[in-house]
Design a protein around this ligand. Structure first.
Ligand code: ADP
Length: 252
């Protein structure tokens, strides 16, 4: 029997309520433990795709679910469970942080799942330590740096113990040290990851495989070392070969 996939997307199409087409028959799958980069130019549909993965879009899931998480179709009645299994990190940490203190923000998820008292405090401390923010419990999220905010968001997601982590531009607007620290942190997380980013150097370092999206369609899916080094492919889809990767000329 084939192993259950961490994520399966089959023929996913989506149009925003104003009529803008965003996804057009997107299909791909992630095996458990894989780290996959989701790349493509602005407007390709990356964020829209990520929002589908834990049911944030559409409001009413279609009758025939196009997304399966750990073998289970993403249907309305399964949303609470799926939201626990799929940890989504938004592009803008300010969209994700909403509590007065770091403690409350990180505790929010596990509290919903019934953790309380000393167990909850220990889980918050564990997740803050994992992201390099031990002792930040009483800090105010809106006083933190951008990189610290991102790490608080990640701690909050990790506190739900997701099986699949989904990141939307995790290194956007981080300084070089913040970016380096986040890269090391992501590399050390032993869960399935889907990382949408324009930071192709980070993708090359963290993801053995990439899925290239353009105009709502998957235009390439394969080894990162091959696709990212394929200069004509990168240029044709508004991207650039990362300088660290040697140029690869496609055959013919
Ligand atoms: P990416 O993340 O790759 O930049 P998006 O998923 O944000 O791409 O956008 C895909 C398409 O959907 C674009 O044409 C974009 O303009 C459109 N879009 C995104 N959000 C909305 C929205 N809330 N309403 C209408 N159109 C949207």
């Amino acid at each position: 029997m084939a192993a259950v996939k961490a994520l399966e997307v089959t023929g996913l199409s989506y149009r925003y309520p104003d009529g803008t087409p965003a996804l057009d028959g997107v299909s791909f799958a992630l095996a458990e433990g894989e780290s996959v980069g989701l790349i493509g130019p602005n407007g390709a549909g990356k964020s829209t795709l990520l929002l589908h993965l834990n049911g944030l879009l559409p409001d009413v899931p279609p009758a025939e679910p196009a997304v399966r998480v750990l073998g289970q179709p993403l249907t309305r009645d399964r949303l609470p469970g799926v939201r626990r299994e799929v940890g989504l990190l938004f592009q803008d940490p300010d969209d994700q942080l909403f509590c007065p203190t770091v403690r409350e923000d990180v505790a929010f998820g596990p509290e919903q799942f019934g953790l309380a008292g000393p167990d909850l405090a220990a889980e918050v401390a564990r997740c803050l330590a994992t992201v390099g923010l031990a002792g930040y419990e009483d800090r105010l999220p809106h006083h933190l740096s951008r990189g610290e905010k991102r790490r608080v968001c990640l701690a909050g997601v990790l506190a739900c113990r997701p099986r699949l982590l989904v990141f939307d531009e995790p290194t956007a607007d981080l300084d070089p040290r913040g970016r380096r620290d986040l890269k090391a942190l992501l590399a050390g997380l032993p869960v399935t990851k889907l990382i949408a980013s324009h930071d192709l150097e980070m993708i090359a370092a963290l993801c053995p495989r990439v899925v290239l999206l353009d105009q709502g369609r998957v235009v390439a899916d394969g080894p990162a070392a091959e696709l990212l080094a394929d200069e004509p492919l990168m240029l044709a889809h508004g991207l650039e070969r990362p300088p660290g990767l040697s140029r690869r000329h496609p055959p013919g």
